[in-house]
Write a protein of this length. Structure first.
Length: 262
């Protein structure tokens, strides 16, 4: 497990198989290099002991965890990151920043790989890769403060495939993607709903609204658990975790079936 801190370090913790049974005060390893606070830390989806981080010092770094050292630094970024995500196979690292710029880095090379102008609104933007395709989905705001989504094809970053109004909510939209079902989930801080959409390159909108989960309390945070915990016999495709002001709630997302068997 990794924690990113305001002192500019990433601390790494080894969680025993039986779980944590007592308070742990000392980390097992530490990564130092950022000059200002850390904003994001993301494990590589394929390569062991590899991590990407972004900090308030306007740098993106690639780390060799086993050696506890930074192996690659991108310092040409002009603004602070508001979103960071590895591609499906870890060949690219996407970042979106406060100056409304979408950056795509190739960790096998030095220097910035690709850049594009993202949403025009002033509020923070987020990104998610759309599985093993060459497309990336930023979410943000228009100048009029309405929520938007966009789909970019890395083969042509001159303009997005689509940039369109998302919905009527006001919170910062945080996207998640399930490659197996091709479903995009949008959760907003301060909202009680999680909307989900079908992603398809055959659709003129690329995203088509499916349904929404609505809780009783606004969420302060939202994430998904690993796929191994889902109950496939109950047609569960994803299991989310909502953090509210008073509770931690588990949310099961299921595909309805006419029959009780597959």
């Amino acid at each position: 497990m990794a924690t990113a801190s305001e002192d500019g370090t990433v601390k790494l913790w080894i969680v025993p198989e039986e779980g944590i049974t007592k308070d742990v005060a000392e980390s097992d390893a530490e990564l130092r290099g950022h000059a200002k606070k850390l904003i994001f830390s993301k494990f590589h989806p394929v390569a062991d002991y590899t991590m990407g981080t972004a900090g308030a010092d306007n740098t993106v770094r690639i780390w060799d965890i086993s050696a506890q050292k930074c192996v690659l630094t991108y310092d040409e970024v002009k603004s602070t990151a508001t979103g960071l995500d590895w591609s499906h196979n870890g060949s690219l690292l996407g970042e979106i920043t406060k100056d409304k710029t979408l950056n795509v880095f190739d960790p096998r090379k030095e220097g910035q790989a690709m850049t594009a102008n993202a949403h025009e609104g002033a509020r923070p933007q987020k990104i998610v890769w759309l599985g093993d395709s060459s497309t990336i989905l930023p979410t943000g705001f228009a100048r009029t403060a309405e929520r938007q989504y966009a789909v970019w094809d890395l083969r042509d970053m001159s303009q997005p495939l689509i940039m369109k109004r998302l919905d009527d909510y006001a919170g910062i939209p945080v996207p998640f993607y399930d490659e197996d079902s091709k479903v995009v989930f949008i959760a907003g801080k301060g909202e009680s709903a999680v909307n989900f959409y079908q992603f398809s390159t055959d659709s003129p909108n690329y995203l088509d609204y499916l349904h929404a989960y609505k809780g009783k309390e606004p969420q302060k945070g939202f994430s998904f658990m690993p796929k191994k915990v889902v109950d496939v016999m109950a047609c569960e495709i994803m299991r989310g975790v909502r953090l509210t002001g008073k509770t931690i709630e588990y949310v099961a997302f299921k595909v309805p079936r006419k029959s009780g068997t597959f």
